[in-house]
Design a protein around this ligand. Structure first.
Ligand code: SF4
Length: 332
């Protein structure tokens, strides 16, 4: 058994390094076969991560530039129209505040600054406003900028690209077959259309998921494979956190720190050169094993998530250094 497992780990790494897609049966095995030890699996994923990113870790800071009042009903989201979660709702922050937060992110060493707005999608005024902010941030600080603003078409994506936006975020969240269990106001195809529009406009695509919302292991493989086909350059893997008041409730997610790490390995083998981020819920679900997430993943958030707190930039820096990795900054 030890010999066959050793060759399995090495085959996963070798195939990923040669750009061969991880077969579904292998993906399910790495998630389910308890005879596969975690550390050799992480080491195999690390070989792939190291090829593309060395020991560097990209740290991203999120800014909810607008929060709440969303007409959509994503059952996991505290900003959804169906959520009774007591969050601070506010319209788009003043430009001065957004720019000051961008500067603070830059001073904290963030590789990328991400602006997030709730809602189905931007109207023309909001789109022009966000494009203007992107232009101002890019002119002042050498930092990548990402925007998450809901559904967009190719014309909208092109104007954001022309403003200097690097990347557009729109998460798939789960597999198509499970989507009806987490949202009723839009379809999976709507989400795919936005990602295709962003890519067609020349924007990098950032798209990830939330694991632990009742999906199957097969669903996890399917999302990882769909993101491979979409050539997502950035994949945030969030771990479900129940926020009281949300429609989805406290699903029995079966997430353990080890399962979370195996899921990150699955995403790395299927998306060898994507920026893979151990995202929201990292602190709560990975707990003391969080530093091991750096073996498959090369990116993290710091300073909290949309409606949940997280580790400070200082704590994240310490974790990165203690684990023998390097905090990466954009080259000026
Ligand atoms: S995930 Fe986005 S679209 Fe869905 S309810 Fe939350 S803010 Fe609205």
């Amino acid at each position: 058994m030890i010999d066959s497992n050793t060759s399995f780990y090495q085959r996963l790494a070798t195939e990923a390094l040669h750009g061969i897609a991880l077969h579904q049966a292998d993906g399910l095995r790495l998630l389910e076969d308890e005879s596969l030890e975690l550390l050799p699996l992480l080491q195999a994923a690390f070989q792939v991560r190291y090829r593309h990113f060395g020991r560097r870790v990209r740290v991203q800071i999120l800014n909810n530039v607008q929060n709440g009042y969303c007409p959509e009903d994503c059952h996991y989201c505290a900003q959804s129209t169906t959520s009774a979660a007591p969050i601070a709702k506010y319209p788009v922050k003043p430009d001065s505040e957004i720019l000051a937060e961008a500067e603070r992110a830059y001073q904290a060493g963030a590789f990328r600054y991400c602006m997030v707005l709730a809602g189905r999608g931007p109207n023309p005024q909001r789109l022009a406003h966000m494009a203007n902010l992107v232009q101002q941030i890019k002119a002042r600080w050498p930092m990548e900028v990402c925007l998450s603003a809901g559904f967009i078409d190719q014309t909208m994506a092109t104007s954001l690209k022309q403003a200097g936006l690097d990347r557009y975020n729109h998460n798939l969240n789960t597999a198509e077959g499970h989507y009806g269990a987490i949202c009723h106001t839009h379809t999976y195809q709507d989400r795919l259309a936005t990602l295709r529009a962003a890519r067609a406009a020349g924007l990098e695509v950032c798209s990830g998921l939330i694991v632990g919302m009742g999906e199957s292991n097969r669903d996890l493989w399917t999302v990882a494979n769909t993101l491979r086909q979409l050539q997502a350059r950035s994949i945030p893997v969030n771990f479900y956190l129940h926020i009281p008041g949300n429609a989805l409730g406290a699903v029995a997610h079966g997430l353990t720190p080890e399962k979370c790490l195996r899921i990150l390995c699955l995403f790395r083998f299927l998306n060898p050169d994507a920026e893979l981020r151990a995202a929201g819920g990292r602190e709560q679900h990975l707990r003391s094993l969080a530093p091991l997430s750096l073996y498959p993943a090369n990116a993290l958030f710091c300073a909290g998530y949309l409606n949940v707190g997280g580790q400070s930039a200082e704590e994240v820096k310490q974790m990165i250094v203690d684990a023998g990795f390097e905090w990466e900054q954009v080259q000026e």
